[in-house]
Design a protein around this ligand. Sequence first.
Ligand SMILES: Cc1cc2nc3c(=O)[nH]c(=O)nc-3n(C[C@H](O)[C@H](O)[C@H](O)COP(=O)(O)O)c2cc1C
Ligand code: SF4
Ligand code: FES
Length: 619
Amino acid sequence: MDLRHTDTQPNTAEQQAVDALLGPPRSAWDGGERGADGHVATGGQDARSRRHLLLPALHAVQDRVGWISPAALGYICRRLTIPPAEAYGVASFYAMFSLEPQPPVVAHVCTDIGCMCRGGTELVADLQRQVGPAGEHPGNGTSIWLESPCLGLCEQAPAVLVTRAGEQPCERAIAPASADQVAAALAGGEVPEPVCVAPQAERGEPGLRLLRRVGRVDPESLDSYRGLGGYEALRRAFEIGPAGVLRELNDARLLGRGGAAFPTGRKWEAVAHNPVRPHHLVCNADESEPGTFKDRVVIEHDPFALIEALTIAGYVTGAEEARVYLRGEYPLARRRLTAAVERARERGLLGDDVMGRGLRFEIRVERGAGAYICGEETALFNSIEGYRGEPRNKPPFPVDAGLFGKPTTVNNVETLINVLDIVREGGAAFAAIGTEQSTGTRLFCLSGRVARPGLYEAPFGVTLRDLLEMAGGVADGGELRAVLLGGAAGGFVGPDRLDLELSFETTRAAGATLGSGVVMVFDHSVDIVAVLLRISAFFRDESCGQCVPCRVGTVRQQEALLRLASERPRGSVADELALLGEISQAMRDASICGLGQTASSALDSAIRELHVFEPEGVR
Ligand SMILES: Cc1cc2nc3c(=O)[nH]c(=O)nc-3n(C[C@H](O)[C@H](O)[C@H](O)COP(=O)(O)O)c2cc1C
Ligand code: SF4
Ligand code: FES
């Protein structure tokens, strides 16, 4: 194919950023000089097979220059033989890439629901006064602040992520953030490495399983991990073999923690027995559901646990390589996981002969680029392959045709680390914890108006009341108004549901969901309608736009909500609620993926459970 590229040349910084990743051009096919006759070139197949490097190349330019100019995009297209329109479509899909000139220093200020009720609204007002409106350059012209959806730091709200482009790019979180700190960062000041810990009360408690090492293990030391029982599970897996691990997983009745609650043993078995080769393994660490931060805490504090669990998964499912698709806004997790992978490799725990057992296994860390939809497993595959993160139709399911069209196991971080105890202690012991259908423990992300926000672990079946007590109850002695369970894609429950047992089956029966483990607490100081407006804006922004019910429905839903919130309904309030009900039904029934199917869940539940749009006397 003859691709039409623009002739504009990249500047030195842009070219260096791309060449540092891809190496210098090798032939006319990937942007090098044409031969004497201007037509002969070799290596086209090779150049086209590097499509999966599109996102890393875009990251490289964004990190170096702060935005992706048409010339830089054109150069990437020539290097990877990608049609410019397609590359533009990809670059413009992801929030972390800017196709407009942008200064090198950007402060992304979370304006999502968790931060909103823990000082985020005040932070934004202070910044507007001190620095100027979002999107406008303050005096120095080298920095800017922007509003951002949830940054996955909700327990430390209000949260800000500062990115600084340059030869040595830097990304740092400030949480909890003050306007003075953000203004100082925008003025060019250093942002120190953040300190992030699980709540003190939880650290090292005997009942902890998934979090037992968090706060105790040195995340940079393999010896520290081994000293706390690390790599016992992999050793045991080698003893009992792949069939033995599958037996234990099935006995454990482990269900996926990423949202869909699919049996992990069945998924692994399907890939392990699939004759098509190669097999792929993907760890879903995209974690962009507002209010969710569990996977980040685990990776930042116990990265070797994920590496060990992935090695077991690779051994059992026959994959020689795992890819961890890590949320782009998690710089500390990325640094720690990448360093841990290198350390494991140096010590023979990754590579061609893991533990001297003849197992070949590697781990790659893939960097997301700011798109909630990429948490959906098939959108995630497209993203790794270098495309827009648009979900695929299912079937075929990933176990048959996933990443690069091959059998693929995809699991959430929390699901994977459960495997360690299952292999070490046996599936029956694991199944004895929790409830009949929801075995084991669960990570709960407590945030919002709760006294001690943080990551908590409890056996399935714990009540909402117990969980709130663990976290010190409602902040500042406030009165509970509502709890959002499962995140923006979940639903609200009122104070009358405090005795709800938190398991997959009981929440489902109650019309709620555990989703990604979000438990966001609201008291009467929070304007629930403002929360709903933020959630509806989130879904409108994050819809990939591929299917009509979701693309149009999320916009219409937001418009109707705005009319209700401003007390200017079209017709009566009842007319608007009926319209919202219809939109919700259309999205649930006809959307391709879970995003559209759940985009109205929170709103529906707020209308049903909290009676938000009913006059006071009627509630
Ligand atoms: C819109 C959307 C976003 C999702 N985001 C995530 C996510 O961030 N992390 C995750 O593990 N699963 C997410 N999922 C679920 C995945 O598609 C998939 O079910 C999961 O990664 C499978 O792993 P598990 O079996 O271990 O739960 C999302 C699903 C949808 C529809
Ligand atoms: S439901 Fe929404 S997010 Fe999912 S494929 Fe359709 S448009 Fe995209
Ligand atoms: S970091 Fe702000 S809501 Fe999650």
